[in-house]
Design a binder for this molecule. Structure first.
Ligand code: SF4
Length: 242
């Protein structure tokens, strides 16, 4: 089985517990207007062009076995820190069978696995992959169905159905909320999201990434929220629902 990725990042510290290797899967069914990984949206191979005109291929096909072997390279260091491998993207669940295959191979090497997901995936794919994970970051990008459709291009009911299953699954998870000025960053937005998530769940409100627009010109695209780039960076906040 082969899958398509666009980056492997070693020694990451914010993609789950401990020291991790994060692999970014190519392709995503959503189109969040603030996406800071636009090269992860298309399932197709792409070429990014840097400021100096140098081309950078974006997208690489791997077999499950080869990728697991590569991702497990630092397994000693990751294991000592309580870390492991994180599947990110793009949307990893858009290549669910491949991610499940790689996760199984990593577990066979005693490597812990985590997932970062928008939750916008068919129920069966979500359950198949999440049930293999040791930790999950579940994004909640908006609490309002119309706003979610407008800003991300998806049906919020799909995300909430998966979140409801996650809640009872026994898999360790935290919810992440990208705070986007003018989209979901008011106090009432925060309160509505906390209500949606429910009590007893760790919720991290993440700041808008001001570097998000930089990659769009490299793909010949325009950042959909260009006017936001001058707005002040939000402060990182993490909370626990009571
Ligand atoms: S779900 Fe993530 S990768 Fe997909 S468009 Fe949204 S921010 Fe980008």
């Amino acid at each position: 089985m082969t899958g398509r990725i666009f980056e492997i990042r070693e020694f990451t510290l914010h993609d789950g517990p401990g020291v991790r290797t994060t692999v970014f899967l190519k392709g995503c069914p959503l189109r969040c207007a603030w996406c800071h990984n636009p090269e992860g949206q298309s399932f197709e191979m792409e070429t990014m062009v840097g400021r100096g005109g140098e081309p950078r291929p974006c997208g690489e096909d791997w077999t499950g076995e080869a990728l697991a072997e590569e991702l497990a390279r630092n397994s000693d260091i990751m294991g000592q820190s309580g870390g492991g491998v994180t599947f990110s993207g793009g949307e990893p669940l858009a290549q669910a069978a491949f991610v499940a295959d790689v996760a199984d191979r990593l577990h066979a090497r005693s490597v812990s696995c985590a997932l970062e997901t928008s939750g916008f995936a068919p129920e069966a794919d979500y359950r198949m992959v999440v049930s293999r994970m040791d930790f999950v970051y579940q994004d909640i990008k908006h609490h309002d169905a119309d706003a979610f459709r407008r800003w991300c291009g998806g049906d919020l009911r799909v995300v909430l159905r998966n979140l409801a299953w996650l809640r009872g699954s026994g898999v360790r998870y935290a919810v992440r909320v990208p705070c986007i000025p003018g989209v979901n960053d008011t106090e009432s937005d925060r309160a509505a999201i906390l209500r949606l998530v429910g009590p007893g769940v760790a919720v991290e409100f993440l700041p808008y990434n001001p570097a998000a627009p930089a990659k769009y010109p490299m793909l010949g695209r325009t950042f959909p929220l260009g006017e936001m780039t001058e707005r002040p960076r939000q402060r990182l906040q993490a909370e626990k629902c009571s």
